[in-house]
Each structure stands twice: as C-alpha cells, then as structure tokens.
Design a protein around this ligand. Structure first.
Ligand SMILES: *Cc1c(COP(=O)(O)O)cnc(C)c1O
Length: 484
C-alpha cells in the first residue's frame, strides 16, 4: 500500500496547532537573535491539520517492529517490556523541568534520587563506589578502561594490552581500541568458557586487564572466575565485567564479590528504560576501592542529610559526560528497583533464566546447539542443518517477520556458524514463547515444502527484503534528494 509522506499531504496555509495567545510582550526575532544567526528563508516544513499529524505518527509507529507491538527476542540487547508507570514518573514536572545549572540546594530531591540510585546499584553489584555519568554501555566500557589505565599509570607503568575472549560483546574490543589498548583475543573452550591455557599464554607484564562479558554472548556463566583472577593477580592486571545484561544476575549474584574490579550496567536494558534506535542510554560504572579515587567528577555525596556535588577529586580521570548523565533514565531505574525491591529483583532474574531455558529445550532438536552448557538469559542456536536444506539463518530471520515476531540476533557471536542468538527476556508469557516455537517449526517445514517463500521473505511487512549492504554503503536518507 502506498502511503503518502507528510510532505505530500502538505497544503499551503493548513495549520496543525492551536496555541494560546502570547501573554508576554512580543519581541521580534530580529531583536533577540543577531542577524547572522537568523534564517531568512522559511523552513520547508509540511503544513497539515492536527488529525493528519496524529495519523501520520500513529501510522509510522506501526511500521516498525517494537516491543509494545510484539515479541522481540533480540539476543544480547534485552528488548524487554518496561513498565509504563516508570515513564510517567520520569515525566513528572518536578523531574522533567529541572535544569542542570540549578544550584544543589534547589535540587535536593534530584540529588537524593541519584545518590540513592547509586547506593542501590552498589548493593546490587557488590561494589564500593559508582559513577552514573556514562550515557551508554559502550561509554561505560571506555570509562572503566580509562580507570584501569589510570590505575597502572598511578603505579608508574604503561600497560598496553587488554585481553578479550572471543565470546565477548563486540563493543568490548572496540572500547579497548578507542582507549588506546591493543587487543589480544582469548579463545573459548568447547564448553563456551575461557580457555585457561590460552589465557595463561597471553598474560604477561603488558596486560592491563581482561574484559569479560558475563554471562557471555553465548548466555553461559563463566565459572572459572577464581582461576582467571589468580592469573590476573600474577601480573597485577584488573578484571572488567561487561554487565550490560544484568537481568541474568541481579538479586542473585553480586559481580563485585566474584573477583571483578569494575563493571558497567546498562540501565537502558535491564532497568526499565526502553532502548533501540540510538535513543538515550545510561551505563553507570561501579568499582571497588582500587579504582574509586579515579571516578569521573562530580560524584554525589551525602552530609548530614544534605546532598552535595563533589568536584574536588584530584585523581579523577575527568568528566565523561556533560553534568551528571541522563537523569530521566535514573528516575526510571530508581522506580523500577524500588517497586521490585529485594524480593522482586531475583524473581526477574529467575524468570529471564527460566524463559531462556524453556525456549532452548523446545528448540534444541530443531536446530543445532553447539554449546549445551546451562543457559542464563539467552542462548545461541545454529541454523547449519537448515542451511544444508537451502535456508540460511538470515532467511529464517526474515521469514519470522511474516509471523509477527522480531528475529533473534543473527551471525553473532562469530564463534557459532549460522548463529541465532535468542533472548526471550523475563517479561514474556509461556503462551508467547510457544507461539515463537510454533513459528520456527512452521518455517522449518516451509524450507522443505515451500523454499522460495522462505528465501524471498518477508512478504507481509511494509517493505520487502532490503539490500542491507547497499543501504550501509550508499546511505541516502534524504527525502528531497531521493525525489529528484
Ligand atoms: C548492549 C551491550 C553493550 C553496549 O551497550 P550500548 O548502550 O549499546 O553502548 C555492551 N555489552 C553487552 C553485552 C551488550 O549487550
């Protein structure tokens, strides 16, 4: 169906707004803004009535797949349902209309919320200090690595290497490279754990630390943390944990007690902020005493019931974000943790783990399962059998869209051929999981009975199969440019 673009709906003189009369003396733009900054040509905006604007955006919101529309089992990305009440709370005027330049004594409530969120996250992770500043998981990684770098610098030495297992999330080596480290990849065993022999062989006086995604992108909990710690201790290297997917652990395991020195948390995955599409994120970094003096400034401290911003941190690595980070995300995370409480958080984790294990049990006959170790919040299947019959993981992923399900992450992690990485999350019912299983079984039958349908999928989506490589290489998203 051809849908008109909002620019094509535009008619000169149509208005989509009704604003109250201005109740302050009107000044002309020219009096307020220096001429050189003024736009003299009117912006080319569509002129449409209010109902057309509303229909336009409602229509757009249904074109894409999203978690409010249907199941979204995208591995590693934790696309779970987030309670709407937390959106309401983040939108309360007292939070929403704050300005970061307001003096601390005028925003005690906001500072208290940030302080208490920090305390809660310290309790959840088992670390002694925290910064809420980083605006994403990857920025948290960079912050954590800068802290590790500083740790070695303070000891008067230059360490150049970060160890990263081959089952790590892709941002780990990328962050280490941006931080100026060389990356040495550590192999995984057939069980999906760190290969200790390979680790030992690659550990020397150049190693600054190791970055572990735990659970790994295979959804497997690393059980050799003590042994890894011992190897790192031999050269005084530190241990970084990628805790983006903390919904596999929180309330049950405290990473700070399992040998790690520093970790980041993705509030926009596990703690109730919707994500995707490059929206705002928050990747707090928690550390132990070895690193706490180097945290970005300011940190929030409490003194006699008052909350203060402490900028005087002589050994700090400096700021990593303007002001304090993405405040509205802190409100959601705070509300989420307080509503669930001490008994609710482990329940979330158990549901995430049970859902993943249920799906794995339902699907392990249909697909190949290279790593049968117990699954945490996600697991990785291989579509090798299906590929031999003519349909690759990508084809299956595209066909799933016709069944109204977002595909799992495909072709990652790289150590599994034809990988399909599935994370159902804790927020789905058994009925929904069964629909997903039935869809995959049906697609598997289609491979033998109707291969072309699978290979040409999707059929029922707003656009058919796209040239993804072409879209990346020749990015052109300008409507006007496309039109001429
Ligand atoms: C999502 C994710 C990241 C990166 O987080 P961003 O906020 O997207 O930068 C890092 N590690 C893991 C395991 C993740 O799932």
């Amino acid at each position: 169906m051809y849908r008109k673009l909002i620019f094509e709906l535009s008619k000169e003189g149509r208005e989509g707004h009704t604003l109250p009369r201005c109740d302050v003396p009107v000044k002309k733009n020219e009096d307020l803004i220096p001429d050189k900054y003024l736009r003299h040509k009117a912006a080319n905006l569509p002129q449409v009535a209010e109902n057309e604007v509303v229909r336009h955006f409602v229509m757009l919101s249904t074109l894409n797949h999203h978690v409010d529309k249907a199941f979204y089992p995208l591995g590693s990305c934790t696309m779970k349902y987030n309670p709407k009440i937390n959106e309401r709370l983040a939108g309360l005027p007292g939070f929403m209309n704050l300005h970061p330049e307001q003096p601390a004594e005028k925003v005690q409530g906001a500072l208290r919320l940030m302080y208490e969120l920090g305390e809660l996250l310290k309790e959840i992770t088992g670390f002694s200090a925290i910064t809420l500043q980083p605006a994403a998981g990857a920025q948290g990684e960079l912050t954590g690595l800068l802290l590790i770098k500083k740790y070695h610098q303070m000891k008067g030495r230059q360490r150049t290497v970060i160890l990263v297992p081959d089952s790590a999330h892709g941002t780990n080596p990328a962050s280490a490279a941006i931080c100026g480290f060389r990356i040495k990849t550590v192999r995984s065993t057939e069980q999906g754990l760190v290969d200790m022999e390979d680790l030992k062989a690659k550990t020397d006086e150049n190693v600054a630390g190791i970055m572990l995604t735990n659970p790994s992108t295979l959804g497997i909990f690393e059980t050799q943390l003590k042994e890894i710690r011992a190897v790192m201790d031999e050269v005084d290297a530190l241990m970084y944990m990628d805790g983006a997917n903390l919904n596999a652990l929180f309330g049950i395991v405290r990473p700070g007690e399992t040998g790690f020195d520093v970790m980041h948390i993705n509030l926009h995955k596990s703690f109730s902020t919707p994500h995707g599409g490059g929206g705002p994120g928050s990747g707090p970094v928690a550390v132990n005493d070895k690193l706490k003096d180097y945290l970005p400034a300011p940190i929030i401290i409490e003194k006699n019931g008052r909350y203060l911003l402490e900028y005087n941190l002589p050994e700090s690595i400096g700021s990593v974000h303007t002001f304090y980070g993405n405040f509205a995300i802190f409100v959601r995370a705070y509300a989420y943790i307080r509503i669930l409480g001490k008994s609710g958080l482990p329940q979330v984790t158990r549901h995430a783990i049970i859902n993943a294990n249920y799906l794995k049990a339902q699907l392990k006959e249909l697909f190949e399962l290279e790593y049968p170790a117990p699954t945490m919040h996600e697991f990785v299947l291989s579509a090798e059998k299906q590929k031999k019959r003519g349909a690759k993981a990508l084809d299956i992923a595209k066909r799933l869209l016709d069944y109204g399900v977002h595909p799992p992450t495909v072709y990652f992690p790289l150590i599994v051929k034809e990988a399909m990485m599935i994370e159902p999350t804790e927020s789905e019912s058994k009925e929904m999981l069964d629909v997903f299983v039935q869809s995959l079984k049906q697609i598997d039958r289609e491979i033998d009975e109707n291969l072309e349908t699978v290979l040409q999928a999707p059929h029922n989506t707003p656009v058919r199969r796209l040239d993804e490589a072409g879209a990346v290489k020749n990015l052109n998203i300008n409507y006007f440019k496309n039109k001429v």
